[in-house]
Structure formats: C-alpha cells, structure tokens
Design a protein around this ligand. Structure first.
Ligand SMILES: [Zn+2]
Ligand SMILES: [Zn+2]
Length: 393
C-alpha cells in the first residue's frame, strides 16, 4: 500500500529529494518548486488575526452545549439500538459509529481545554472533565500537555504530539519500540500508552502530578483529573461485574479503541504525511508562526460535521481560542493572507479513504530527523523501510 520510491532516493536529504520529484503534485496541482515552505512568511500573525472576522472569535456557551447534547443523544440512541437489536449484523456498525461519537466528544472536550467552549472557566472545566473522563482521558493532564503542543508546534525538541525522533534517539530505540511506532497498525493504538508514558525519548505520565509535563502550580489540577479518570475506570469495572464483562466490552470497550484510532490517525495527519515534505525547526529558525504554518488541514468528507471540523487545523493551531464552529469561516477568511503557506486539503469523497495512502506512506518512511540543523526534514531508515516493503509484497 505504500508509495514505492527507490531506496537511494530515500537516503538523500529531503530537500534534494523534493527537487528530484515529479513536479506534478498528487492532487494534480503543480508543486510550487519556486516556493520553499521553510522560508519565513512575508506576513505577521497579527495580519492573519486581522483578516478573520470579529464574530469568529465570539464563544457561545449555549451553542457549544447544544453540540454536547447532540452528541450525547446520538451516543445513548446508538447504545439503546444496539442493546435492543443485539445481533451480530448490528454490532460492527455500532462499534464504528459509537467509536466515532466518542471521538466527537473528545473534540468538544478539546474546545473546553482551550477555553474556546465558553467564557466561563468553571463551565469549561466542568464540561471538559465530564466529557473526557467518560472516554478515559485525564482532562487537565492532557489539556496541559496539549497546550505545550500548541505553544511549541513544529519544534523538533519542544513539541509534544507525534514529535519527530532525532537520529540519535532513533538509533537507540529497541526493535519492539520501532515496531510499535513505525509499523502499521500499531501506531493507531498509541494514545493510552502516550497518556501513561509519553513518547519515546521523553519521560512523564499524564496521570502523575509530579511528572515533568507539569509545573508545580498545576499539580492539584492534575490530581483532580486523575481522580475523575479513576472514578470512570472504577465504574466500568463495577458495571462489568453487574452486567458482565463481555457486554461492557461490546458496548464500551470496542468503541473506545475505535475512538483511539480516530484520535491517533487525525492527530498524526495534522502534522505529517503531506504530499510535499514539510520542515521542522529548532533554535533561531523556530517561531510560533512558522511552526504553526507546518500544520496541515484535511478533508474528512461526511465526518467533517460529525467530528466538529477538527480537520481545519492550521487556524486552530495559530488561534486555539476560536470555537470549532467558526473554524471553517475563519480559515476561508485567512487563506488570501496565508497564500502558498496554506495547503488546500485534497477534496474527499464521503469517506476519506484518500488519506490512507498519506498515512501509511508517512508512518513507514518518516523515521527521524537530523540531530543538527535548525531546519530539518524527515529521513528514512532504509533497512526498516525495506523490511516493511518486503512484508507488503
Ligand atoms: Zn496539533
Ligand atoms: Zn488544540
């Protein structure tokens, strides 16, 4: 399934590879060979901000809550329908649909974490805790590490979500970690392990208030979320005894893992797998604006509305205070200012199958970045790539 490229080509430094590639992009759009995406943009972040209409910045608590009620209604309706019909024909559809709805709930909790849900920090925290605990996410722990991700997006060392491994860290990985990180489908189940243990080369747990992820002043918030998470975990154990472990696995366990797949795939594609290699920065070359401009928007077809337009990631990254329901309009307004720094997502059919190619190609080829240099691109471990290719053929 992976895009086949000669190994010598992959061993080259990425920018040279770009020059050699066919000038016709995957979308049939000519690659902008005169345009270097790592160049500093000619506009300032204040100019993008000014291009976005005023009303896009307004948070409406009732509107945000209406999405929560909509999603909860669908979740309970799906569960009742599955319990009522209880046939093997229905269960797989239930798992796919319910896992997608858990993911939609996660996105609303993500708004709470950014404070874009409402102007009330108490309401944001309350709704965020309820939604995220329900899907076994420690709300404050993840909220804080996600804030670190936004504040350092595109920075090789300081970013906090699917960060690129440096060559030195990569070369010291054991074989099992390499498999889990770079062999499909293992990375699609990474999220719970990331919450417990963070990424290779980084230490800390989202559940531990003394973890390196948090400042001492944030410890109480982390404890609160870990307690909420534990209450939900205990409830699931209790229900397993009451109604049976198989029933809880069918109603909750399988959808939970479908949700994890959604989360891992979408968050990976926000920062990886674009048709053209995109830069990662360090040192003086990194800035909030340049890092944010390396994020990628995606079209998810019929899922755009269901998962609250999470695919509009560029403007979300630069301005996380914009509520999700204004992101499409804000993106449209900002595009003329962004010019070539905005990469128009490839139009999806109803189901975004076109993304599978980008996803698989990136996971199996984007292994590490150089230990040195302030502008770096992913490189490929040709040995590991050869092994995954021979298994595919
Ligand atoms: Zn992101
Ligand atoms: Zn975010």
């Amino acid at each position: 399934m992976t895009e086949s490229r000669p190994l010598e080509e992959m061993a080259m430094a990425a920018p040279e590879r770009e020059k050699k590639r066919d000038p016709i992009g995957v979308n049939g759009i000519r690659n902008q060979s005169d345009f270097d995406p790592s160049d500093p943009p000619p506009f300032k972040i204040a100019e993008i901000r000014a291009a976005i209409p005023r009303h896009c910045w307004v948070k409406n608590a009732w509107r945000s809550l209406s999405y929560v009620f909509r999603d909860l209604f669908v979740i309970f309706a799906l569960a009742f329908a599955a319990i009522y019909s209880d046939t093997w024909l229905v269960w797989p559809f239930y798992w796919a649909a319910q896992g997608t709805m858990f993911w939609a709930l996660f996105v609303l909790g993500h708004d709470c974490g950014h404070g874009s849900f409402s102007n009330s920090s108490k309401l944001n925290s309350l709704v965020g805790h309820v939604l995220h605990s329900a899907i076994l996410v420690p709300y404050n722990g993840w909220r804080i590490s996600h804030r670190t991700h936004h504040q350092n997006h595109g920075h090789v060392e300081n970013d906090e979500s699917w960060v690129p491994l440096t060559e030195k860290v990569y070369k010291n990985l054991d074989e099992s970690t390499k498999t889990l990180r770079f062999k499909v489908p293992f990375p699609f189940f990474a999220y719970p392990f990331y919450l417990w243990n963070r990424s290779p080369g980084k230490e800390g747990s989202h559940f531990n208030p003394y973890s390196k992820l948090f400042a001492p002043s944030e410890r109480n918030q982390v404890i609160t979320s870990t307690i909420c998470w534990s209450v939900m975990a205990a409830l699931l154990v209790y229900l397993s005894f009451e109604v049976g472990p198989v029933q809880i696995l069918m109603l909750y366990g399988v959808p939970y893992w479908v949700f994890v797949m959604w989360l891992d795939i979408v968050t990976y594609l926000h920062h990886h797998g674009y048709d053209q290699k995109l830069p990662w920065y360090r040192g003086k070359e990194w800035s909030y604006l340049r890092g944010g401009l390396t994020t990628v928007d995606r079209d998810y077809g019929i899922f755009n509305n269901i998962h609250h337009d999470i695919g509009t990631h560029v403007i979300h990254h630069l301005f996380p205070q914009i509520p999700h329901y204004h992101l499409v309009e804000a993106t449209k307004a900002a595009k003329p200012m962004l010019g070539k720094y905005y990469r128009e997502p490839r139009k999806s059919g109803p189901i975004p199958v076109h993304l599978i190619k980008n996803l698989v190609a990136s996971i199996s080829q984007d292994h590490y970045v150089s230990d040195n240099g302030d502008i770096v691109y992913y490189q490929t471990d040709t040995e590991l790539y050869k092994m995954s290719e021979s298994k595919c053929n």
